[in-house]
Write a protein that binds this ligand. Sequence first.
Ligand code: AMP
Ligand code: TRP
Length: 336
Amino acid sequence: MTDFKQRIFSGVQPSGNLTLGNYLGAIRNWVTLQKTYESIFCVVDLHAITVWQDPAILRDATREVAAGMIASGIDPKECIIFNQSQVPGHAELAWIFNCVARMGWLNRMTQFKEKAGKNRERASVGLYVYPDLMAADILLYKATHVPVGEDQKQHLELTRDIAQKFNNDYGTDFFPITEPLILGEATRVMSLRDGNAKMSKSDPSENSRINLTDDRDTIARKIRKAKTDSEPIATTLEGLEGRPEAKNLMNIFAALSDRRAEDICAEYGGQGFAAFKRDLAELSVSVLGPITEEMKRLCDEKTYIDQILKEGSEKARIISEPILKDVHNIVGFLQS
Ligand code: AMP
Ligand code: TRP
């Protein structure tokens, strides 16, 4: 078994612009991991339509997310990149998992509660069973590791519960118990306007996030305008407790410069935010500028992107079809 490589699977929704949160929490880590794991990266369009998506915008956003992954350094020759709806096994296995997962488990999912808000009666049924589809994404390839941001931790615990229950119910060890990989100094990037809210594609305020479609001037301006407080920067990370905006900027600085947040505090501690922000703006532009420009170029090459997604989905089907066939067999579906 010397050529055995462990397999990672991860996904991003094409439901708006890619943000700095997606980059630091997820995609940047995938770029490193692709060297040591067999890697499958998915643009999860089936997940996106759990809330309304305009069809033409969804098509463009799907290409844009794929372009963002490639521009960030995911190598389509080494990894599989595809959009979820081109591999029917995701929806099929999700149905089986709808019958494995318990209502009580889904009722505990905090992301559903946040997204459905007060108007739960009017949320789509898809939004409620979203975590079952996510478990299907992962287990359709028997992925052993899943690199994500902090916000997906609970969904990955549910994936483990589903695998465990399936294995118990059917008396098998068929599905692996997947390990989350939550890596780096910025596993939860917060809004630039409110240090208690997650940086998100769906925040109505453009200034709350950095998009991977922003040009260099916009990136620098958003960092300069980011909310801070009137205290000097603390010399230790601990000293930033209770100052969520300052702590967030510190983590972003650390992640973008590949340094420890603790060391950045030591360097800027005692000063106001002016020099820190100037340097962070410069750093952000130097790291993100080349990515956003390459992404923009790739977005104009629709045929190239579509071809990558097509080839990726063919490779994904080759891995997933025999796994799904085994699942049918285990469950007792007659196959002729
Ligand atoms: P989504 O945009 O919800 O499809 O998320 C795609 C990936 O990016 C997941 O692994 C998320 O955990 C990660 N992610 C999204 N927003 C953030 C954030 N603000 N901080 C860290 N990771 C994030
Ligand atoms: N739910 C994830 C998010 O919103 C996206 C996702 C869908 C995913 N399927 C996945 C992430 C499988 C990791 C593995 O961030």
